[in-house]
Design a protein around this ligand. Sequence first.
Ligand SMILES: Cc1cc2nc3c(=O)[nH]c(=O)nc-3n(C[C@H](O)[C@H](O)[C@H](O)COP(=O)(O)OP(=O)(O)OC[C@H]3O[C@@H](n4cnc5c(N)ncnc54)[C@H](O)[C@@H]3O)c2cc1C
Length: 51
Amino acid sequence: MGGNPKVKFGTGQHDYDLICIGAGIGGLAASALIAKEGLKVLTLEFFTGKP
Ligand SMILES: Cc1cc2nc3c(=O)[nH]c(=O)nc-3n(C[C@H](O)[C@H](O)[C@H](O)COP(=O)(O)OP(=O)(O)OC[C@H]3O[C@@H](n4cnc5c(N)ncnc54)[C@H](O)[C@@H]3O)c2cc1C
């Protein structure tokens, strides 16, 4: 364990300082604050927009 989480999708491997699960108001606010501090954040949301 340790180090940054590595996520592989698309064409390559990506390094993030933090992965946020859920893009509700809490997740989006936290992600925005973290990104504003210069850290790389991946925000994941499973809602497709289709009920
Ligand atoms: C019917 C209703 C009306 C409301 N009206 C108001 C209002 O008028 N004013 C007010 O201030 N508050 C209102 N609220 C409360 C407000 O919606 C919540 O307090 C607020 O949305 C909580 O934010 P959150 O980010 O913690 O969670 P959420 O908004 O629930 O966000 C969590 C997100 O995580 C996603 N998620 C969950 N599990 C996963 C997973 N495994 N992988 C990926 N994504 C995942 C969900 O799809 C969701 O988008 C209302 C709530 C309800 C249910």
